[in-house]
Design a protein around this ligand. Structure first.
Ligand SMILES: *[C@@H]1O[C@H](CO)[C@@H](O)[C@H](O)[C@H]1NC(C)=O
Ligand SMILES: *[C@@H]1O[C@H](CO)[C@@H](O)[C@H](O)[C@H]1NC(C)=O
Ligand SMILES: *[C@@H]1O[C@H](CO)[C@@H](O)[C@H](O)[C@H]1NC(C)=O
Ligand SMILES: *[C@@H]1O[C@H](CO)[C@@H](O)[C@H](O)[C@H]1NC(C)=O
Ligand SMILES: *[C@@H]1O[C@H](CO)[C@@H](O)[C@H](O)[C@H]1NC(C)=O
Ligand SMILES: *[C@@H]1O[C@H](CO)[C@@H](O)[C@H](O)[C@H]1NC(C)=O
Ligand SMILES: *[C@@H]1O[C@H](CO)[C@@H](O)[C@H](O)[C@H]1NC(C)=O
Ligand SMILES: *[C@@H]1O[C@H](CO)[C@@H](O)[C@H](O)[C@H]1NC(C)=O
Ligand SMILES: *[C@@H]1O[C@H](CO)[C@@H](O)[C@H](O)[C@H]1NC(C)=O
Ligand SMILES: *[C@@H]1O[C@H](CO)[C@@H](O)[C@H](O)[C@H]1NC(C)=O
Ligand SMILES: *[C@@H]1O[C@H](CO)[C@@H](O)[C@H](O)[C@H]1NC(C)=O
Length: 624
């Protein structure tokens, strides 16, 4: 998941096709499905003996079947390990900040004392491990009374399409937002352990998924339909010392191996993201305050610009991929890199590290799965689609966030003007760079939570965008457009959530067309979700579980995905719900993005109505 968004020129042509919005109509909504006009008919009234006739049909979710075949997506580790350098597998245990004795191996650069000093250096604010669990919990079958489908909402999608064969329906999570156990089993500190936003207290427990992962996987499998389980690996659990040549944490490797095996055992397929915001602290050097520096580009300084970052990331990726290649069909290198990019060097490092990992996977490891990267951009739409300045602003906004990465990676083309105008320290890409980087993603991963209405900073004035791009003091920098959530007639663009997400399904369809036709690649919706307003404040659990606005969000979005596929010819290959369960939203738990709720005292999970509704929607449309 992602931080909220505050804030070239691609051809205007892509917007000319924006047929399904701004439909000019007069009079009431037509009802083409109604064949008989009733305007002149007279009803006839009759008395009858009353009796109760409504009955509820009881339906129960059915788990996906156990797998009957094993498919491999690359060589087994035993066959591939020879392509890695020598690895020293080590274990470090857990950090106890109250320990009264210290390790005696201070001379070992990677020993227990060195590991402990990583945590002492991080000095995480108000650190406490107050979780309920300290070892992996065995899963228990989900009681059938938890799997009874809820009452339907009255209004729902009316499409008649099915999802194409092989459409990937999944759920998506990230390590720091669910795992907990942050200083346990050898994990070293990351940016997420010191990230304190808006003075909100840190929480090191989150969902304790590190110990409860089997139950979490079991619960998703029990709903049926969900075939893909996407999670991120914490780099600092694999390589506590981050850099090439340092030892690998056996316990971290074992954990993710068990997680992958359990997902497979339950009939799902694992989808792995290598870095989801949790940069190891080593890349900040000795002064950790720099992690709070305001970046030129994103919202948080992810330290991608560090001079050792690219080699270290590629080394980490090689180790993880070589261990798990046979079992993992889909890999993502980075999650939403723009948001954690500090400057032009950060972007250069992300693109080049990504390309190296792709080439390693395809050409040295000979993996047969697919690789991509997850992008953020809450689709910018012109406030007035007839205004060239607003269309220019929308193209500027989207290209800055997407083409900056996608031009090189998908098209083998240079950065867009929107990026080069705005980030003067960008690293120029040579023809050789572009030849190496071009074509290094098998599809485009996008997290299209919502749409954003944009205009130039000065209405109607394209020059105000370019002036802003040259002035990092501008309040509109770096996007350099005025972002709003209201349309040109003053209405909200859609139903509002707790957060930056508005329900904007028709814009999703348009967005998918934009992505497919601009970057010429199949598209996977790698995250989408809706934090229902004030859900956390509802005192009755049963009210939290009856989450109709979230159902409307998911069903309307997925219905529009079908229209993009069947009516617009857009190749959308999958959709992943963010998230299977409410989680830590970089500061607190107030924004509930989950299709399950978590009791923060007991760690018990309960299914929300929307989870049943989405699975039912998918199953009714060909997903098994
Ligand atoms: C309605 O109920 C009454 C009393 O039970 C019964 O006598 C009568 O036949 C019923 N009428 C009809 C139309 O079913
Ligand atoms: C992958 O293929 C290349 C080229 O055929 C070969 O050199 C390399 O050893 C293979 N890698 C593995 C892990 O088998
Ligand atoms: C592996 O790493 C551990 C911990 O740093 C160290 O004690 C051990 O000597 C190393 N072994 C080898 C063979 O390098
Ligand atoms: C360290 O001790 C303090 C005071 O007793 C306690 O509140 C805290 O939870 C302890 N921390 C850990 C990680 O055990
Ligand atoms: C740490 O605890 C102190 C005292 O309870 C509190 O004032 C402060 O806000 C906390 N800081 C964080 C980052 O949680
Ligand atoms: C970059 O990371 C390395 C560790 O890999 C660290 O030693 C160095 O100080 C970092 N550089 C900066 C500028 O923070
Ligand atoms: C550490 O970094 C912060 C934020 O960039 C900076 O203000 C401070 O001067 C730095 N401290 C040292 C000792 O360099
Ligand atoms: C939209 O832009 C067009 C072209 O500039 C203009 O004619 C029209 O009045 C604008 N619509 C509104 C509602 O401002
Ligand atoms: C840059 O923007 C700031 C804030 O709006 C403004 O005060 C300043 O005059 C601008 N600089 C230039 C060169 O336009
Ligand atoms: C941004 O656009 C909105 C909607 O048109 C408008 O209300 C607001 O005043 C604009 N902001 C600025 C600073 O011009
Ligand atoms: C969490 O569980 C506890 C113990 O069962 C219960 O008292 C509490 O009401 C639950 N909290 C919520 C928000 O449901």
């Amino acid at each position: 998941m992602r931080a909220p968004v505050y804030s070239s020129l691609l051809l205007v042509a892509s917007f000319v096709q924006a047929q399904q919005i701004y439909i000019g109509t007069t009079g009431p909504t037509p009802r083409p499905q109604c064949s008989v006009s009733t305007s002149l008919a007279q009803p006839s009234y009759t008395f009858r003996n009353f009796s109760f006739t409504l009955s509820e049909t009881v339906r129960t979710a059915t788990s996906i079947p156990s797998p009957t075949t094993t498919i491999t997506y690359g060589p087994a580790y035993s066959d591939a390990s020879r392509i890695l350098p020598y690895i020293n597998y080590t274990s470090w245990g857990s950090w106890n900040p109250n320990a009264t004795t210290s390790a005696s191996d201070a001379s070992n650069p990677y020993g227990s004392a060195a590991w402990t000093s990583l945590w002492q250096h991080a000095n995480p604010p108000n650190f406490t491990e107050k979780g309920l669990y300290s070892t992996t919990v065995s899963p228990t079958p989900i009681p059938s009374n938890e799997l009874v489908l809820p009452p339907r909402d009255y209004f729902g999608p009316t499409d008649c399409y099915n999802f194409p064969e092989g459409f990937m329906f999944g759920v998506s999570t990230s390590a720091s937002q669910i795992e907990g156990a942050t200083a346990e089993e050898g994990k070293a500190p990351t940016l997420m352990d010191i990230l304190v936003q808006d003075d909100r207290p840190k929480d090191y427990v989150t969902n304790e998924n590190y110990y409860l992962y089997k139950q979490d996987v079991e619960r998703v499998a029990a709903m049926g339909g969900v075939r893909y389980y996407s999670f991120s690996i914490a780099w600092s659990r694999i390589l506590p010392f981050a850099l090439p040549g340092t030892p690998v944490n056996q316990q971290g490797l074992d954990h993710y191996n068990d997680l992958i095996n359990f997902i497979l055992d339950k009939g799902m397929l694992p989808v792995v993201t290598l870095l989801h915001f949790d940069t190891p602290l080593q890349f900040y050097g000795s002064n950790l305050s720099t992690a709070a520096d305001r970046p030129l580009i994103g919202y948080v300084n992810g330290a991608y610009q560090n001079e050792t970052f690219v080699d270290a990331f590629v080394n980490y990726a090689r180790i993880v991929m070589t261990h798990f290649a046979s079992k993992v069909p889909y890999w993502f290198t980075f999650n939403e890199p723009l948001l954690y990019s500090d400057n032009g060097v950060s972007v250069d490092h992300v693109i080049k590290a990504h390309a190296q990992v792709y080439h390693f996977y395809k050409e040295q490891l000979n993996g047969t799965g697919q690789i991509s990267i997850k992008f953020n951009d809450n689709f910018g739409v012109p406030r007035n689609v007839s205004s060239p300045a607003d269309v220019y602003a929308a193209n500027h906004f989207n290209s800055f966030q997407l083409a900056t990465f996608c031009n090189p990676i998908f098209l083998g083309e240079d950065y867009p003007d929107s990026f080069k105008q705005t980030i003067p320290d960008y690293v120029p890409l040579t023809a050789d760079d572009l030849a190496y980087i071009g074509g290094t993603a098998d599809f485009l991963g996008i997290d299209p939570y919502t749409a954003t209405v944009v205009t130039p900073p000065t209405p109607g004035n394209i020059g105000s965008i370019t002036n802003c791009a040259m002035n990092s003091s501008s309040p509109y920098f770096p996007y350099c457009v005025n972002q709003t959530t209201v349309n040109q007639y003053g209405w909200n663009i859609g139903y509002r959530s707790q957060s930056y997400v508005y329900i904007t399904p028709t814009y999703l369809r348009e967005y998918l067309g934009y992505l497919y036709n601009t970057f010429r690649s199949p598209v996977v919706i790698t995250e989408f979700g809706f934090p229902v307003f004030a859900e956390a404040e509802k005192t009755d659990l049963s009210d939290q579980l009856f989450d109709t606005p979230r159902s409307i969000y998911y069903l309307s979005y997925l219905s529009e995905v079908l229209k993009a596929i069947w009516e617009d010819g857009v190749n959308v290959k999958g959709a992943f719900l963010w998230a299977p369960v409410d989680n830590w939203e970089f500061g607190d738990y107030d924004a509930h993005f989950g299709v399950q709720v978590v009791n923060r005292t007991t760690q018990e999970r309960r299914y929300k109505k929307s989870f049943f509704d989405v699975v039912d929607f998918m199953k009714a449309r060909g997903i098994t």
